[in-house]
Design a protein around this ligand. Structure first.
Ligand SMILES: [Fe+2]
Length: 230
């Protein structure tokens, strides 16, 4: 179990590998400690005892955040473990996971409960993926889920290394997956989302799949979206 402190009041915890449509993914969750020791938990991975112990030592799990319709696999276990935590999900998840008791749908502006520390916006323009993007303002850290991927070659078989390289998501040359780019038909909306993200003050980037970027992340993100320029 590895827990990595990214900055003051923000940590990453690596999860177990998962398969989506046969594609292997390394996973990562992000934990932010808000005022009052309230923990805001982004894209939670499997809640094995070691992870739970580490998280409980940081504060009180208060919010569980599902940032897009693909990141919801362990939420039922988390909701069972933390019945008082509030469950917030991206648009669409409420229909996909009717078995969960949702407390809210993520909207274009941050909830009052976390707006002092966290900003948010939907990345618009794709027919498939409408991902909520977050900024932890105190640590200047951008948090993305699937929009940028940078899979570590150390974890990949030869065949998946080749496929992920072709899809533009193999470190050190990761980026926006080429298959995802094809779904971004409304480039005007996508550019507006990107411009808003780039107007935020951030230096680090956390991603759910692959190696994170620890400095000069704004240049990195701009480079990953260079194909989107009009
Ligand atoms: Fe993902």
């Amino acid at each position: 179990m590895s827990i990595n402190q990214v900055g003051k009041n923000i940590w990453c915890i690596d999860g177990d590998p998962v398969k989506m449509l046969t594609i292997p993914f390394q996973t990562r969750m992000t934990v932010i400690r808000l005022a009052g020791d309230k923990l805001w938990v982004h894209s939670p991975v499997q809640p094995i005892p070691d992870r739970i112990k580490a998280i409980n030592s940081l504060g009180q799990v208060t919010y569980l955040i599902a940032p897009n319709v693909f990141h919801h696999l362990s939420l039922d276990q988390w909701a069972a473990k933390y019945p008082h935590a509030k469950l917030w999900g991206a648009e669409g998840l409420q229909y996909k996971r009717k078995d969960l008791k949702w407390d809210g749908v993520l909207k274009e502006r941050p909830e009052m409960e976390w707006e002092d520390e966290i900003d948010q916006l939907y990345f618009q323009g794709s027919k498939i993926l409408k991902e909520m993007v977050f900024l932890h303002k105190p640590s200047k850290t951008l948090i993305l889920t699937d929009l940028i991927q940078n899979h570590d070659p150390k974890n990949e078989t030869a065949i998946w290394k080749m496929i992920k390289k072709m899809n533009g998501v193999l470190a050190p040359h990761g980026g926006v997956p080429k298959d995802l780019r094809l779904t971004i038909r409304d480039k005007v909306k996508a550019r507006a989302s990107l411009n808003q993200i780039l107007s935020w003050d951030f230096e680090k980037l956390i991603i759910s799949h692959g190696l994170c970027i620890e400095k000069e992340a704004k240049n990195y993100v701009a480079g990953c979206f260079s194909w989107l320029k009009g």
